[in-house]
Design a binder for this molecule. Structure first.
Ligand code: GUN
Length: 290
């Protein structure tokens, strides 16, 4: 089995980005500047945002982290979004999800200027992506497309099963994989919690993308021999033998699948780092458009 090493690939792409940023600096151009808004103390979000900020530094971008307490009001958060939209120094920004329950995530998303929406979550960017127009593509699905491309995994004419219909992974993944492009041109089935006989679908898949958020739900009996498996899940599973009291598990039973599939992403070190580089690529693009 080939391990699809997102960590190593992301490092390669970051080095390529650094060369581009160095050239911009030499030419006296504007250094890309990403802002990230982190609300509350969600431990996973803190890790993700820290990785994003560190990765900006690693490639020579500027970054600004805006931390706000869990009890921030909707109007205070909207005010921050309005200020980021207007700030000429910020090329792009993200509002890390999930937001606290009292905040209307849709209202925040709708307030983000699509020209600064480097997460690719706003209706304009999702619409443009769906129409095949130039757009900021959502970071995780695009990171997976970059990975499939760089690893030379054929998608044209393949049967792909996407597990999970979230706005930020599953749904856009189906758009990118089915469009007329390379990678793309796949026959895509989107499965979700109401799918009857999930296994009947996954057993036919040449490629499975699992983005459901249930630890190790995809087991060896569900996959075809030689399939390619992309695991988007990052789940904390209680484990008293670890110093932190938990371990990270994907949505896929990696140990159970590794002798059956032809290629698979590990967790951690698979899709996660690709999401971050995809965000950096969008930020560079945003700064060059301005
Ligand atoms: N939460 C989980 N993934 C993401 C992401 O890609 N962007 C943001 N803003 N929040 C997330």
């Amino acid at each position: 089995m080939q391990v699809l090493d997102g960590k190593a690939l992301a490092q390669t792409i970051k080095e390529e980005l650094k060369v581009k940023v160095d050239a911009i600096r030499q030419a006296g151009g504007k250094i890309p500047h990403l802002a990230a808004v982190l609300v509350g103390e969600n431990p996973a979000s803190q890790v993700y945002v820290r990785n994003k900020v560190r990765s900006c530094e690693a490639v020579g971008f500027r970054s600004t982290l805006l931390r706000r307490p869990q009890d921030i009001t909707q109007s205070e958060l909207l005010q921050i979004v309005t200020e980021l939209n207007a700030d000429p120094d910020i090329d792009g920004y993200i509002v890390q999800l999930p937001l606290p329950a009292h905040i209307d995530e849709d209202a925040i998303n709708l307030a983000i200027d699509p020209r600064k929406d480097v997460d690719g979550f706003t209706p304009v960017n999702i619409g443009r992506m769906t129409l095949g127009l130039d757009a900021y593509l959502p970071a995780t699905p695009n990171g997976i497309m970059v990975m499939l491309d760089r690893y030379g995994i054929e998608t044209s004419g393949k049967e792909v099963v996407v597990l999970g219909r979230s706005n930020i992974v599953g749904t856009p993944m189906t758009v990118l994989l089915s469009r007329k492009s390379n990678p793309g041109n796949a026959t895509v089935t989107l499965c979700h919690s109401r799918t009857k006989d999930l296994k009947a679908h996954t057993l036919h898949a040449d490629i499975i993308v699992a983005a459901i958020g249930i630890p190790e739900m995809v087991t060896a009996d569900m996959v075809k021999e030689g399939a390619v498996v992309i695991d988007v899940g990052i789940n904390r599973v209680d484990d008293a033998s670890r110093s932190k009291g938990y371990r990270l598990a994907g949505d896929v039973d990696y140990a159970g699948l590794k002798d059956k599939v032809s290629a698979m992403t590990p967790v951690p070190g698979g899709v996660g780092p690709m999401t971050v580089v995809s965000l950096l690529m969008n930020t560079l693009k945003a700064s060059q458009k301005r």
